[in-house]
Structures are given as C-alpha cells and as structure tokens.
Design a protein around this ligand. Structure first.
Ligand code: TA6
Length: 286
C-alpha cells in the first residue's frame, strides 16, 4: 500500500541523493536525512538558520558536517579506543520514519550486531522533529536491554552566523566550563557574554535552559530553549583547526558557531532496563 503522509511532509532526496524527509510549515522548511536522522537545513524567509560546510560530503558512514548531527553514546573521542568513531555512531546509522502528523515526524533506530560490537547495549533512539514558527527537536534514548547503561548525548547544532567575529553567546556567563581547544583565547572575562577571539571548544556544565546567539552580520538573534540538557558545548575551530577538518574550506570557520545541547562527562545519562530520557531543544529565530 502506498504510504500516505500528512500535508506538508514529503519524501525527498538530500543534497547527497539520500533518502530524506521535508517538513513545510509557516516556520519555513526543514530537511531531515534518514541517514543519522540528521536535520540538514531549516530554511526560513530570512534565510538558512543552520550551517553546512562548504565542501560537505554525503557518503555512507560519513557524517555530514553541518545541520544537527546526533551524538550518542559517547561525546568526542571514545574514552579508551580512539579507533572508534568520534561522537559515537547514532549519526551514521540508518533511521526510519516511525510516525508523522502535520508539522511533526518521529524517526527511530535501534541497536544491531554492528552497534553491539562497538557498544554492548540494547537501545531504541527516537528523534522528534516539529516545525512551526520554531524548530523543536527531542532526542529520546530508551534502554531496551536487561542491564543499566550510561551514555553521553548531544544535539550538535551548527548555527549560521554570517561573521563569527561579531557574534556573541548570552546565558553562559559565570557557568563552570572546561576549555578543550588546542589554541584557545589566553584569558577572557567569564562574566561577559561569550565572544570568539580564538579557537573555542568549551564544555559548560550546569547550564541554564535558555541560551541566546546574537549574530549581527545576519541581523539575527537565535534563542535556544532546552529541557533536560545539563551540558552545552560552544565550538568554533578558528583557522588552524579548520585546516585539519574534513569538508571545510579555509574560511568556513568565519560563518558558523556550534552550540551543542548535551549531557556529557559528569552529566552523562544512566538508564536502567526499560528507562528512557528525552533531551529537548526548541530554536526560535528572529
Ligand atoms: O563539539 C566540539 C567537537 O568535539 C570539536 O572538538 C570538534 O571535534 C567537533 O566536535 C566536530 O567533531 P566531528 O567529529 O563532527 O568532526
């Protein structure tokens, strides 16, 4: 039987020709790739809210650098085996459409022999994508196994800013953080809104549920409202690290900032059998 999707939801191909879904509503249009359940684009009348690398690659097993890659079950390099994929494997798994209603889809994926070879636990992941005037994403992790597990998670959002030099992040003033950049700004006033003057790769812990990104070059303010995200990572690679990153052209660093809503390190999630956890973000762009 032919699939019947609600009005405003269509099956399309992403820029790499892979299966994707497009949601259209009064908030614009969103493209979500079924590979990795990766939101690749949120296009509004004011322009693209998310950012994708200039030399983005759309290949199996290779996460597209841009949009909202999903991080699970570990953040960054694997703690003991650097040969395992950075940021885990959720963003390179095949996902499927679980349900759809006007303006909203739910994608899901589960463990398989390959994932259990990397991480020996049974799980179900669901990503809800809801488009209205805002874009709402909810990542639900369910432990479908018989033993507890601990995991890290992030919605690794790349925001289009136009010019990182004039961009600021408000809401993280005074919040405890650790800096992981190889060549960070030597010192900065933690009581001031965050500005970008060097490579920045900061994990903030115990974050508020509202963070603002102000991008004057685009005459844009983005409000990131979250539920159940106790960590946030703010990242810009600056030129030196950009030169070492795939899919990037030399000046790509000037046009994006990542603000990643997460639960990582001391705020990793622990789930007993049958338990689940939902991390929610709602992005408003004005
Ligand atoms: O979230 C910050 C970060 O961990 C950076 O250190 C950088 O590695 C970035 O993620 C991109 O990671 P990826 O694996 O997508 O290249």
């Amino acid at each position: 039987m032919d699939e019947v999707l609600p009005a405003g939801i269509t099956r399309v191909r992403d820029p790499g020709g892979r299966d994707a879904l497009r949601l259209e509503a009064d908030g614009g249009s969103v493209i979500v790739s079924l590979l990795g359940a990766q939101v690749l684009s949120w296009l509004r009348t004011e322009g693209e809210v998310l950012w994708t690398a200039s030399a983005a690659e759309y290949a199996p097993g290779k996460p597209v650098r841009g949009g909202v890659p999903l991080v699970f079950p570990w953040f960054g390099d694997h703690p003991t085996d650097k040969n395992l994929p950075a940021h885990g494997f959720a963003r390179t798994l095949a996902w499927r459409l679980a349900s759809a209603r006007p303006g909203e889809i739910v994608l899901e994926t589960t463990d398989d022999a390959a994932t259990r070879g990397l991480w020996p636990h049974a799980f179900r992941l669901r990503l809800l994508v809801a488009l209205a005037q805002t874009l709402r994403l909810e990542l639900t992790i369910e432990n479908t196994g018989t033993a507890p597990f601990a995991c890290e998670e992030a919605l690794h959002t790349y925001f289009n800013v136009g010019d990182v030099h004039t961009t600021s992040v408000l809401g993280l003033e005074g919040v405890p953080f650790t800096e992981h950049a190889a060549a960070p700004e030597p010192s900065w006033n933690v009581r001031e809104p965050l500005r970008f003057r060097a490579e920045t790769d900061r994990i903030f812990q115990g974050v508020p549920d509202r963070i603002e990104l102000v991008a004057p070059a685009l005459r844009r303010k983005v409000v990131l409202a979250t539920k159940h995200a106790r960590s946030a990572i703010v990242w810009n690679p600056w030129p030196a690290k950009t030169a070492r990153l795939s899919q990037m052209t030399a000046d790509d660093w000037q046009r994006f900032v990542c603000i990643e809503s997460a639960n990582v390190r001391e705020h990793r999630i622990t789930l007993g059998p049958g338990a689940s956890h939902t991390l929610e973000i709602e992005i408003a762009c004005g």
